[in-house]
Ligand binder design. Structure first.
Ligand code: NAD
Length: 480
């Protein structure tokens, strides 16, 4: 399969590349070999994009909402039609198995469809006042938006921001990760082909620091939405403070999974193991800290290890691959360190535990699907987000103990529990400190529900009506 895309910026309705810009080499994580040269945006590109974003905003926000919705729905249709093509590019840039890549594109199309409809239901409210007076509350688009998104779900995580911001009537400048520029470029091609007016959505590739400082520090950008690590999120918050720019922060997690002894163990294992190794564990809501009730701990470990050994690792383009390589050379190194530290502190390795192994013939970024047991809280992996194919497990005795463990870390993005006890399920929903809770389910990232964290996992929501509200400002209008 060829890497069929032309890596270009999309600025003020025009595609641009080359022309002496410095380049970044995009690599295929299966081989670590270069597949394309990505032109980096210059300061002049960014200034042009900022000016175009400001110019395009008045017309876009004033456009009849049905017309705006029609363009978004057309973009959704084009994404569906092109899912095979965009999915293949995504797999070659990022490593995930092709069916996962195509599903990501289809899920992104769904976001554009959902927000096309949500834009029409943006009702304000009227307050109770004496006859003849009127007080109303309306929401209006915040203005030009800058987005910064990561490489783990490069299409879907950007679609969440783009669909909601465009539906709200904002213009957007997006900086995608350098690792995965092609699939994002193709999403912008779909938006352009759907008839989006020039300057409404613009794409600038390149160096993160230059782009974030320039956009966030500019007079034009009124809102920043970031998905990525907590460390970079805090840095961008500091930049945003200087320009009093509104922000949404979707940051890392370290999701606890509470497995109670009344769950259906086989069914639970059949769900949790593929979910752990989906996208090689590079998922902000990946199930990671498994707390298993004492009486079923050994059976859980046995079933988990057996299923882990069967996860087929390889090139995401191969039909039987269930887990691809990690996305970049930083990840295998980081995982190796975390696993080594856990081992040294007494954890048992029940599956995997090594880089690449048999799968790493070409020098790619592979790490084996790994299961660690009896991991002590002092191990770094119990405290830092592993963002890789590692399940860490330990046993618990009581409900209060496991809730304490779930809430122990500064993260609070997602939490999961497996139990058939309804009262316990209700309590977990109330007591766990996280933005999303999945009970006997991992379906927590959906178009119609808010998605976002608490504590160090960030703030603000994406998805649902809350996602659109994050691109709006509120105004109260009083008339006597
Ligand atoms: P990183 O912190 O260097 O980068 C994270 C993302 O932010 C990348 O897409 C990067 O291009 C972007 N970025 C980095 N510096 C930036 C800047 N100054 N301005 C704007 N954007 C900037 O991390 P990484 O090595 O790519 O990934 C490491 C960790 O990040 C992972 O272990 C994981 O914890 C976290 N992460 C989280 C998510 C998520 O979905 N929440 C996604 C990717 C990575």
């Amino acid at each position: 399969m060829s890497y069929d895309t032309d890596l270009q910026h999309f600025i003020d309705g025009a595609w641009r590349s080359g022309e002496g810009r410095e380049t970044f080499t995009v690599v295929n994580p299966v081989t670590a070999g270069g597949i394309a040269d990505l032109p980096n945006a210059t300061r002049a590109d960014l200034d042009e994009a900022l000016a175009a974003s400001e110019r395009a905003w008045p017309e876009w926000k004033a456009m009849d909402v049905d017309k705006r919705a029609t363009i978004l729905r057309k973009a959704a249709q084009l994404l569906r039609e092109r899912a095979d093509h965009i999915g293949a590019i995504l797999t070659q840039e990022q490593g995930k198995p092709l069916p996962e890549a195509k599903a990501e594109v289809m899920g992104s199309a769904q976001l554009f469809d959902w927000y096309a409809e949500e834009a029409k239901r943006d009702y304000g409210r009227t307050l109770v006042r004496p006859a003849g007076q009127l007080s109303r509350v309306i929401r209006q688009p915040v203005g030009p938006v800058a987005t910064f998104t990561p490489w783990n779900f490069p299409v879907y995580l950007l679609a969440k921001k783009l669909a909601a911001a465009l539906a709200a009537g904002c213009t957007v400048i997006s900086r995608p990760p350098q690792e995965t520029p092609g699939c994002v470029t193709e999403m912008f091609r779909a938006l352009a082909d759907a008839g989006l007016p020039r300057g409404v959505a613009q794409l600038v590739h390149g160096e993160a620091d230059l782009i974030s400082r320039t956009l966030i520090g500019s007079r034009q950008i009124r809102k920043v939405s970031f998905t990525g690590s907590t460390a970079v999120g805090k840095h961008l918050m500091r930049l945003a403070a200087d320009s009093m720019t509104r922000i949404t922060m979707e940051l890392g997690g370290h999701a606890p999974v509470m497995i109670f002894d009344d769950c259906d163990l086989d069914k639970t294992l059949d769900m949790v193991v593929p979910q752990k190794f989906r996208n090689a564990g590079q998922v902000c809501v990946s199930p990671t800290r498994f707390y298993v009730q004492e009486s079923i701990y050994d059976a859980f470990l046995k079933g988990f290890a057996e299923r882990t050994a069967k996860v087929k690792v390889g090139d995401g383009l191969d039909a039987d691959t269930k887990m691809g390589p990690l996305a970049n050379d930083r990840r295998p190194e980081a995982i190796e360190k975390l696993v080594g530290d856990a081992r040294a502190k007494g954890a048992r390795v029940l599956a995997g535990g090594e880089r690449g192994g048999a799968f790493d013939k070409n020098g790619g970024f592979f790490f084996q699907p790994t299961l660690l047991a009896d991991v002590p809280n002092e191990a770094s992996i119990m405290n830092e987000e592993p963002f890789g194919p590692v399940a860490v497990t330990r046993s618990f005795a009581t409900f209060d103990e496991v809730i304490g463990e779930a809430n122990r870390l500064p993260f609070g993005l997602a939490a999961f529990a497996f139990t058939e006890n309804g009262r316990r399920a209700n309590l977990i929903g109330d007591l766990v400190e996280s933005g999303m809770v999945g009970i006997n389910s991992f379906a927590i990232s959906v178009a119609d529900a808010p998605f976002g964290g608490v504590k160090d996992s960030g703030f603000g929501s994406e998805g649902g009506k809350e996602g659109m509200e994050s691109y709006q400002v509120v105004k109260a209008i009083h008339q006597a």
